[in-house]
Design a protein around this ligand. Structure first.
Ligand code: BES
Ligand code: ZN
Ligand code: ZN
Length: 476
């Protein structure tokens, strides 16, 4: 798609943004419309005659409530509306945003492009029918000040990283088993300034990555630890991003019993977030020192699979009882948390679709975040801004006893049915090193959207790609 700046007269439709309480745009005043047109979420077409442009009026609510997230949502909505009308060339007027808004024009343009691209995303590769018309060009009807092309590019690549994360999650698990995930990563980053290492088989044994080896035992496809290093400035803080990459989670011998297990293809949502973030960062070519660690496996029941009650010995000296084979995420994350220390990490964030309990606790649109206070605060602030929202959760010391095991040091299953997301975080903390600061994000809920709304489309959301990229950007 072609995105230009500087008003072009010949467009199929012009998009106008309206506020309920700020309503003095010249063109619209001519039409004598009421400010009710600016109600938040309102989409109204005014069709032009013959070859005159149509007009799309997008309500943004009250001006004082304006945020970049609102603009992203409006852009996603507009993108789908324009596609439905089969308009190919659109103009976007930001006239109503010229006054009374804190955000810079560059930020507005980035947010618009991001929201538009994400809102018009489709995952249709397994459907025979064409998905309909595609918008060919967007024209921002404002003056190029020399910085808007960069703002557009920024929006595009943030969306592309997020959409790559969505693609990885949406991919059915027969088309994305652990070895295939490794190849998808290799392909994507082959033209980037990264080093990629993949530990499998004997390499995993040598490094005593026993969580991964244990979880992967039930599958016909072997597990792997992918390490992707992007170091363009070794003087920057060494940040390690860890993403749970379970390509499908059946639960193992503790087989899941829900009606529809197909959502468990999203169990690599943490990995997708980390890979998406790396995609954004490497394409921005920033100066940074960041490493992605992706433990990937398929959690299957089988004659060779791990059994409930099995004990895993980790190289930090801890023994873990497999209380439940469905609590596999924490077993593979433990390997990565231990490995992060050997990489000399200063800050580590792990992202994982770790527990059903976090969905109960925070609902569908928030991820939980635990860990070092300043990291948690930064993540919360950045999440508010980029839309990948997190909510701080406690590491409750009294609950430690819930993960004690009778015959190993700890168990991967809590003795209580309560606070499952917190006990999972406590489990991870046993593998965190004092040599780095750590935060844990449980994104089991926002990894998926059950509806098409704003810039979300039913299916994978790509949650976390922009948040983790923004975290790294905030530290360099
Ligand atoms: N992948 C699941 C968590 C999950 C559940 C993600 C629902 C998305 C939606 C994880 O591996 C799991 O099964 N966790 C168990 C842990 C329990 C057995 C201690 C859970 O949350 O029930
Ligand atoms: Zn599980
Ligand atoms: Zn899982």
């Amino acid at each position: 798609m072609n995105i230009t700046v500087g008003k072009q007269e010949k467009v199929g439709a012009v998009i106008h943004l309206l506020f309920v309480d700020d309503y003095h745009l010249e063109t619209l005043a001519d039409w004598k419309l009421s400010s009710r047109m600016g109600k938040a979420g309102q989409v109204r077409w005014i069709y032009g005659r013959q070859d005159e442009s149509h007009h799309l009026l997008l309500g943004l609510g009250k001006k004082a409530d304006f945020t970049l997230e609102r603009l992203r949502e409006a852009a996603g909505l507009a993108g789908r509306a324009v596609r439905e009308e089969q308009v190919q060339h659109v103009g976007v007027s930001f006239a109503s945003l010229e006054k009374g808004i804190d955000e810079q024009l560059e930020e507005l343009v980035t947010a618009w492009v991001e929201g538009w691209q994400l809102g018009t995303y489709t995952f249709a590769k397994y459907q025979a029918k064409e998905t309909g018309s595609q918008v060919k060009s967007i024209n921002f009807q404002c003056e190029e000040k020399g910085s808007l092309q960069a703002a557009i590019q920024r929006g595009l690549l943030r969306a592309e990283g997020t959409m790559f994360a969505r693609d990885l999650c949406n991919e059915p698990s027969n088309h994305l088993r652990p070895t295939m995930l490794v190849e998808r990563i290799r392909d994507r980053f082959s033209d980037r300034e990264v080093q990629m290492q993949v530990y499998t088989g004997e390499e995993l044994e040598k490094r005593q990555m026993n969580g991964l080896l244990t979880v992967g035992k039930g599958s016909t496809v072997p597990p792997a630890m992918v390490q992707l290093t992007y170091c363009t400035d070794p003087t920057k803080p060494s940040i390690v991003l860890i993403g749970k990459g379970i390509t499908f989670d059946t639960g193992g011998i503790n087989l899941k019993t829900s009606r529809d297990l197909s959502d468990m293809r999203y169990d690599l949502g943490g990995a997708a977030a980390v890979i998406g973030a790396m995609d954004i960062l490497t394409r921005m070519e920033i100066k940074a020192n960041v490493t992605a660690l992706i433990p990937t496996a398929e959690n299957m029941p089988d004659g060779g699979a791990m059994r409930p009650g099995d004990i895993i010995q980790y190289p930090n000296g801890l023994s873990v009882q497999v209380g439940n084979t469905d609590a596999e995420g924490r077993l593979v994350l433990a390997d990565a948390l231990l490995h992060a220390k050997t990489l000399g990490a200063q800050e580590v964030i792990d992202a994982a679709t770790l527990t059903g309990a976090i969905v109960r606790a925070l609902g569908l649109r928030l991820a939980g975040v635990w860990g070092e206070e300043s990291m948690v605060a930064t993540l919360q602030l950045l999440g508010e801004k980029c839309g990948d929202k997190v909510w701080p959760m406690p590491l409750v010391e009294e609950y430690e006893e819930l993960i004690r095991s009778d015959y190993a040091d700890i168990s991967n299953q809590s003795k209580s049915v309560n606070a499952g997301a917190i006990t999972a975080a406590l489990f991870l903390r046993h593998f965190v090193s004092d040599s780095y600061k750590w935060a844990h994000i449980d994104l089991a809920a926002p990894v998926e959207s059950t509806q098409t709304k704003g810039y979300l489309v039913t299916g994978a959301t790509g949650y976390g790609a922009r948040l983790l990229a923004d975290y790294v950007l905030s530290r360099v």
